[in-house]
Every structure is written in C-alpha cells, then in structure tokens.
Design a protein around this ligand. Structure first.
Ligand code: MN
Length: 211
C-alpha cells in the first residue's frame, strides 16, 4: 500500500462554522478514502510510480502509463487536493490573511476583492471542481479553477497550489443544497492562514514539510 488516508487533524465537528459534521465524516472517510484506494489500485503494477511523492505524480501526470493515466489523474489528484484541503482549515480559522499569503492577496487588490473574485470563480466552475490561489512558476499569484480532481500542479509548468476550495456538491450539499455561493461565503470562517503560510514556506524551501 503506497498511499494512505491521512487522519483529519481535528474532530469531524470542528468546522461547524462552515461545514457540518456529517459532511466531514462522508467527505473524509468515504470520498477521500476512495481516492486513496483507487490510486493504490491504479498503481499496483507500476512500482516505480508508487515510490514517487503525490506532488511528483501530479506534476508528471503526462508521463504516467497511458492505461492508468486517467485513473491516476482523478484519484491521485483527489488524494493531493483533499490532503491539502483538511490541512488548510481549522476551528480557529477565519479572520484576515497575514504573512506571505496576506501579501499575495494584497497584491491582487486586497482581501474583500479577492474573496469576491475567488467565490465568483467557484460559482462559475461548471459541475465538479476546485477553485485555487495559484503561484505561477514566474512568482505571480492568480485565481484559477480546475474541473474534476485536476489541480494547478498538473499543467507541468511548475505552478504551485497555495490553497484551494472544493466545489464538488459532496463538499456542501447536506447543509447548503444547491446554494454553492452560501458555502463559498461561509468557508472563509474556517480558513487556516497559518497553515497556508506554512505551505508557502515549504514550497519556498524555508521549512521542511514535517515541521
Ligand atoms: Mn471533495
């Protein structure tokens, strides 16, 4: 078993300010769990790919053997995206972004404008997908949405996923039903800016991943 489902770093009910306990149970245990199981099954006959990191698999998706490439894209992407997602939320989240991510958001016109544009990109993503703050290989920050379980690493250009929100119906339907904009608006109550700044420091080589 190359890949494992990471435990949630808090209780299922910790994010009630935006996401209900039942959604968290299903989303983490069943949805994320299935992505991990399906990724392991897809890589079963390719041990050289089992030994790569999840980030490497996403960045090198175009080189994955053709017969399992779609399965690895969907399930490896699903594993990467959800592992990031649990990490960048907290019961103590919310408030104004600070540090490096605060600087990035200010460079895009400030937090109010940023939230409006990020939420709009999430609303406009047709069907299932994610909305992201991306740092491009050139060091520029931008808002981007991706379909399905794709992520900004998969373009193979060295872009980094600073953070993202899941706009699949499974992420919000029990509490918000069809009201995706309400979910997107409430989600800022649980965003963990400290964890996002740590992701940026790891990506910049200023901090090791386990720190
Ligand atoms: Mn999801």
């Amino acid at each position: 078993m190359a890949f494992e489902l990471p435990p949630l770093p808090y209780a299922y009910e910790a994010l009630e300010a935006a996401i209900d306990k039942k959604t968290m149970e299903l989303h983490h245990d069943k949805h994320h769990g299935a992505y991990v199981n399906n990724l392991n099954a897809a890589l079963e006959k390719y041990p050289e790919w089992q030994n790569k990191t999840l980030e490497e698999i996403c960045r090198e998706i175009a080189k994955v053997p053709q017969d399992v490439r779609t399965a690895v894209r969907n399930n490896g992407g699903g594993h990467y995206n959800h592992s990031m997602f649990w990490q960048i939320m907290s019961s103590k989240g919310g408030g104004q972004p600070d540090g490096k991510v605060g600087d990035a958001i200010n460079s895009l016109g400030g937090f109010d404008k940023f939230k409006e544009q990020f939420n709009q990109a999430g609303v406009k993503q047709f069907g299932s997908g994610w909305v992201w703050l991306v740092r491009t290989n050139a060091g520029k920050f931008e808002i981007r949405s991706t379909p399905n379980q794709d992520n900004p690493l998969m373009d193979g250009k060295g872009d980094f996923a600073v953070f993202g929100n899941d706009v699949w119906e499974h992420a919000y339907y029990l509490r918000y039903q069809n009201r995706r904009p309400d979910y997107l608006a409430a989600w800022w109550n649980v965003v963990n800016w400290e964890a996002i700044n740590k992701r940026l420091e790891v990506a910049a080589g200023e901090r090791v991943a386990a720190d």
